[in-house]
Design a protein around this ligand. Structure first.
Ligand SMILES: Cc1ncc(COP(=O)(O)O)c(C=O)c1O
Length: 400
């Protein structure tokens, strides 16, 4: 039962390694999607595989009454490596949706409020409480389409507070502002700092919290450790996010996720008597994998590589857009990139052509978008090969 939109062609995966996936129908493909945007270190990273073996051989699942060193160690190691400005406690779960859901729930418990503020472009997860259309009894999904193009966003002239777009909002009702830094359901709409600072500031001013959803933007995907770190105002101890949801990259493809809560908030949540438990809470195997992912990210300097190669990819794609017909826009941050095609150009045809040329990208026919969320280990040479194939395929499609 495959309940999602997918290409007409069958692609059977046999094995994967690094940036490559071997398939039955197309042979070796460069995976420009990192699995489901998760394999930041590349597929089957040997260090991760090694700790999986070690952990499976010793302890991979426990009753929740047991403790291991891993959850605490993970937070310490991540805080140091990602240069987080405040102290967090963590709870480990399995999927990204679960982590976002728990982070949002904690904001409700901690504030005694039920309503949350979010942008309409934000994807939060697959569960009933998070998926579109969100229940407007509990969510205000602010339409920010025009804010993304607002000329005042990059000037000091007009403040968001003077814009009548926000005048109807009662900020004191919100448990949290739930911010997802730009993946926007794979459409990659990067929200301006002024807007984010305004919404986060207003919600916090009246006792609400800032929840950041880093499921896709975390673990180096955007050229920083976390997507929120592109927003300067969030990078000090006072303004750091209150709750952060982690998924995907944290396990490099292994299904582990986490919620980070500011230490004082984590203590306050426990004091309320709120209880949340599922079968894999803090499982040692997932936590151990997450610790190893952090270690490899540092050892291989992958945040920097992702940032540098991502810039290179965008510059090459922009050159292609100038030289050829068919591309409306290239946009992204780090290795979270999309090409927006002109109306009438089929994303699926480009996707098919790239498969034949040895590259696997994501696509949305409905939005006319090709996704490129490559592993952070991808080299400039691979990007050169990809861009040359992309230009060729685009030309073939446009010549039809
Ligand atoms: C921004 C964002 N939030 C939440 C999720 C849900 O994560 P999961 O699919 O692991 O439940 C996703 C998945 O794509 C996502 O991109």
């Amino acid at each position: 039962m495959r309940l999602f939109v997918r290409p007409k062609k069958t692609i059977t995966a046999l094995w994967s390694k690094g940036t490559k996936v071997m398939t039955e129908e197309y042979g070796e493909l460069v995976d420009m999607e990192s699995g489901c945007w998760a394999a930041v270190l590349g597929h089957n990273h040997p260090d991760v595989i090694k700790v999986i073996h070690e952990q499976v051989d010793t302890l991979f699942h426990t009753h929740q009454f047991f403790e291991t060193e891993h959850p605490k160690k993970f937070v310490e190691e991540l805080t140091e490596c990602a240069n987080l400005s405040t102290k967090y406690n963590a709870s480990f779960l399995s999927s990204g949706s679960e982590a976002v859901s728990l982070a949002v729930k904690l904001s409700e418990i901690l504030t005694g409020r039920r309503k949350k503020l979010c942008m309409n472009i934000t994807y939060l997860g697959a569960s009933a409480d998070l998926r579109h259309p969100r229940d407007n009894t509990y969510w205000d999904d602010l339409d920010v389409t025009e804010c993304l193009m607002c000329s005042n966003q990059n000037t000091n002239e007009k403040e968001c507070s003077t814009c009548n777009r926000f005048s109807h909002l009662d900020f004191s009702q919100y448990a949290s502002f739930v911010f997802e830094p730009g993946n926007s359901g794979g459409v990659v709409l990067l929200q301006p700092e002024k807007l984010v600072a305004f919404l986060a500031g207003k919600v916090r001013e009246t006792g609400g919290l800032l929840v950041v959803n880093e499921i896709t933007t975390g673990f180096g995907r955007t050229g920083e450790w976390f997507g929120f770190q592109h927003y300067g105002f969030l990078n000090d101890a006072l303004h750091s996010p209150d709750l952060i949801a982690l998924g995907k990259g944290i396990g490099n493809g292994y299904p582990v996720s986490a919620v980070l809560a500011r230490e004082n908030l984590a203590e306050a949540a426990i004091e309320t008597g709120f209880s949340y438990i599922q079968s894999h809470t803090d499982d040692p195997l997932g936590c151990r994998v997450a610790r190893e992912v952090v270690k490899v990210m540092m050892k291989e300097n992958l945040v920097l590589n992702g940032r540098t190669v991502g810039e290179y990819l965008r510059s090459k794609l922009m050159d292609i857009a100038i030289r050829n017909k068919g591309i409306k826009e290239v946009r992204g941050r780090g290795l979270m990139n999309v090409v927006l095609l002109d109306k009438g150009v089929s994303a699926e045809e480009i996707f098919n052509g790239l498969l034949d040329a040895g590259y696997f990208c994501g696509f949305s026919e409905q939005s006319g978008i090709i996704h490129m969320y490559a592993p952070l280990i991808i080299s400039k040479n691979e990007v050169v090969g990809f861009c040359s194939a992309f230009e060729q395929v685009l030309n073939n499609v446009m010549d039809k």
